[in-house]
Design a protein around this ligand. Structure first.
Ligand code: BES
Ligand code: MN
Ligand code: ZN
Length: 494
């Protein structure tokens, strides 16, 4: 099992009952809350004692495990930080830290008592549910089970649980874990065909129309840029769409498009060997799009959404495209390929212009591990955000504030488009050398979205993480799923 899917609840929260591992959230300037005093009683006043002795101060990121001799075997105190700096993301992190503590204590269950905060009840429960489930994730698909290991098997929330928040948080977190699993699978498993199978399964689960084009079919449609990248691929390439129709028929859909490059060796402009294994994550944008569709299938918001994922490998060999080649995209624009490693923008060019032409979307958001340059600019802590529509950019920013999936806007001024002018074709696939690489990627994509309001999220720095965080274990992060599911729910009036 990759994660714990469900959270059980116990609103009575009777602390004379035997419990293996119980976590309490405690604010810095507050100490134990009235609803937590029952726990302290069961522990014979141990919490009051460590608080008085200042062994535990409730600081953000602080935790302390107490051992009881009675019904409560282990009680973890989790610091929530300052009351006035508390956010949904701190709640998520606290729940994640509780799960980490339970794991290191070899507990089989992690129970968390819902605490009082200034957040609305539904928001708090949603964040706690997300933190618990997201922290329970681990990629163990290819490891022999360790017979002696004690596995965490159960998550629960005790006390003042909000049912709607629990439902929404559980669906969100399960969709993220689904995306992480697609991301973490290596390129010999998570092939374009496998991504297409996953898309079909999601479609079937909720009566969504799923369409998959193979090489011959998408080439015939006019997708010369995707076909060019796929020329050197070993695995059969695919282009796929899923249509969710929760809104009135005829209402223009919201479009989400994700880069589904299952392995990026760079093509003839080959990458260096260092960390090339990480290029199995180059399909993260596509995995995010599928995760969002999975969340929508269960949340059923009242709007229409179309998802599109172009998927191929970028390999090298005798049939691979060459630097200098010129290809024609779906919208008729010709592209001079000056670096075969700038392939993400090529496959997205076809996917974006297809969606614009066939679905006339109200807005488009794309997700792509597009540039190493976004790592130079922002590191692993925020996704790069660029777009042509202030309102849509503000919507994404608002969702980032709610979900804790941070974005940082970079400019998309018209004059940057000069950097992608080609002498021999309409555009070229690289910008001004090493300068403004993330912006160069975005101005290239802009050529293929027409007049549609559009936001590009460059997730090259955030799609996977190399350090464990409270609710994001290292590996595929699923970042983007909660962010844009939240935006779509808001659009649908929820
Ligand atoms: N998939 C890479 C971007 C990437 C690099 C993601 C490192 C995560 C970590 C993308 O296809 C790529 O190779 N981009 C090039 C573009 C350049 C050749 C203009 C890059 O960023 O170096
Ligand atoms: Mn590349
Ligand atoms: Zn790539």
């Amino acid at each position: 099992m990759s994660h714990i899917e469900k959270i059980s609840i116990d609103t009575a929260a009777d602390f004379t009952q035997a419990r293996d591992f119980l976590a309490l959230g405690i604010f810095q300037e507050q100490g134990p809350q009235p609803a937590q005093l029952g726990v302290d009683e069961a522990l014979g006043g141990l919490i009051a004692k460590v608080w008085e002795q200042k062994n535990f101060r409730g600081k953000q990121g602080e935790s302390l495990v107490l051992y009881g001799s009675g019904a409560l075997a282990r009680v973890a105190l989790i610091g929530l930080g300052e009351v006035d700096k508390f956010t949904a993301d701190r709640a998520r992190q606290a729940a994640g830290s509780a799960v980490q503590a339970a794991r290191s204590q070899k507990a089989t269950a992690c129970e968390l008592l819902v605490f009082e905060s200034e957040l609305p009840a539904a928001e708090l429960t949603q964040a706690l549910a997300e933190g618990l489930i997201l922290a329970s994730y681990g990629f163990d698909a290819h490891k022999q089970p360790d017979k002696d290991a004690v596995e965490l098997e159960r998550l629960s929330l005790l006390g003042a649980v909000d049912k709607d928040g629990l439902e929404r948080g559980s669906i969100m977190a399960n969709a993220v874990c689904f995306t992480r699993e697609l991301q973490n699978e290596p390129a010999n498993v998570m092939t374009p065909s496998r991504l297409a199978e996953e898309a079909e399964k999601i479609g079937q689960s909720a009566n969504m129309k799923t369409t998959v084009w193979d090489r011959e079919a998408f080439t015939k449609l006019g997708m010369g840029a995707l076909a060019g990248v796929a020329a050197g691929a070993n695995e059969p390439p695919k282009f796929m769409t899923i249509e969710y129709t929760g809104g009135p028929s005829g209402q223009a859909p919201f479009a989400i498009v994700g880069k589904g490059l299952t392995f990026d060796a760079g093509g003839i402009s080959i990458k260096g060997a260092a960390k090339m294994d990480e290029m199995k994550f180059d399909m993260s944008g596509g995995a995010v799009v599928l995760g969002i569709m999975r969340a929508l299938a269960r949340l059923q918001p009242k709007l229409n959404v179309v998802a599109a994922v172009p998927s191929t490998e970028n390999l090298l060999g005798g049939s691979a495209q060459r630097p200098g080649d010129i290809v024609k995209a779906y919208n008729g624009k010709t592209i001079e390929i000056l670096n075969t490693d700038a392939e993400g923008r090529l496959i997205l060019a076809d996917a974006l212009s297809y969606v614009v032409d066939k679905h006339k979307p109200v807005a488009i958001i794309d997700f792509a591990t597009l540039t190493g340059a976004v790592l130079v600019a922002l590191g692993h802590r925020a996704s790069g955000m660029l777009g042509n529509d202030e309102d849509l950019l503000a919507e994404v920013q608002a969702s980032a504030d709610r979900t804790g999936e941070r974005v940082w806007q970079l400019p998309l001024w018209d004059d940057y488009s000069e950097d992608i002018k080609s002498k021999v074709a309409d555009v070229k696939n690289i910008g001004a050398g090493r300068l403004a690489g993330t912006i160069a990627g975005a101005v290239f994509l802009k050529e293929f979205v027409g007049e549609s309001p559009w936001v590009h999220l460059d997730i090259a720095g955030t799609a996977w993480q190399d350090k464990d965080q409270p609710y994001i274990p290292s590996g595929g992060s699923g970042i983007g799923v909660r962010l844009i599911t939240d935006l779509l729910l808001k659009r649908a009036g929820g």
